[in-house]
Ligand binder design. Structure first.
Ligand SMILES: [Fe+2]
Length: 233
């Protein structure tokens, strides 16, 4: 991989094994599609003020869930999945090797301004039982502070920090072992995002794979962080 290609990436300050990819939001118009075709609002970041939410009452988890389902039920032949497939095949494959396996349907998320946490602290490997996967977290809105993803700053510290992710950026991180979750959205900005996991099957790890998975702790520490894995044969 050329140095030029790697310039699209920036390391998240203060957090191990977390990198931001700057992508072309015109070529991969997730935000525009969700705004115009799914929610049909003027501004995704003001979704909490739209007619899709109950007037006069603060948004809560049922609202987040209902709006999220509008995204989750998109058919695989919709334009969203054309954009999604292009993003994975053109960018993720480019940086992580020729063959990858990934989720056909990402997890859709809505975190309305004024609503509580939508995800408790967790390490994905405790749920999936898989250590080789890398997480992608891609917002269709600008994310910061209370509306963004919070990630442990190093393996096992349980010290969480918010990761600012601008529109046109995707966060890649070691969510299998780095604990992550959300807090109450106390900002005035709603968040619409999706996330997925993928694994690269290339026998020679790419430069980005090494960056994201190359700083993991010793196996004995991993076993402590993910007790369900230590039970595996
Ligand atoms: Fe997760």
């Amino acid at each position: 991989m050329t140095d030029n290609l790697l310039k699209s990436w920036s390391q998240v300050a203060g957090t191990k094994s977390a990198w931001l990819l700057n992508y072309d939001a015109e070529r991969y118009p997730f935000s525009r599609y969700l705004r115009d075709q799914i929610f049909r609002v003027d501004d995704l970041e003001k979704l909490h003020l739209s007619s899709l939410c109950r007037p006069g009452s603060p948004p809560g988890y049922p609202d987040n869930l209902r709006l999220r389902q509008m995204m989750q039920r998109l058919p695989l032949n919709s334009d969203f999945y054309t954009i999604y497939t292009s993003f994975v095949h053109e960018l993720v494959v480019c940086y992580f090797g020729g063959r990858i396996s990934y989720a056909a349907r990402p997890k859709m998320r809505v975190h309305l301004a004024g609503s509580g946490s939508v995800s408790r602290w967790h390490r994905d490997a405790n749920v999936t039982g898989r250590l080789e996967q890398i997480n992608i977290w891609l917002p269709a809105t600008n994310c910061f502070a209370g509306n963004t993803l919070w990630v442990e700053n190093d393996y096992g510290t349980e010290c969480y920090q918010p990761i600012p992710v601008r529109l046109g950026q995707a966060l890649f991180f070691d969510g299998g072992l780095l604990a992550h979750g959300s807090v109450s959205n106390d900002t005035d900005t709603s968040r619409v995002s999706f996330d997925l996991r993928f694994s690269a099957s290339s026998t020679t790890p790419s430069a980005m794979t090494k960056r994201l998975l190359g700083e993991r702790p010793l196996a004995s520490i991993v076993a402590q962080l993910c007790p369900s894995l230590s039970l595996s044969p």
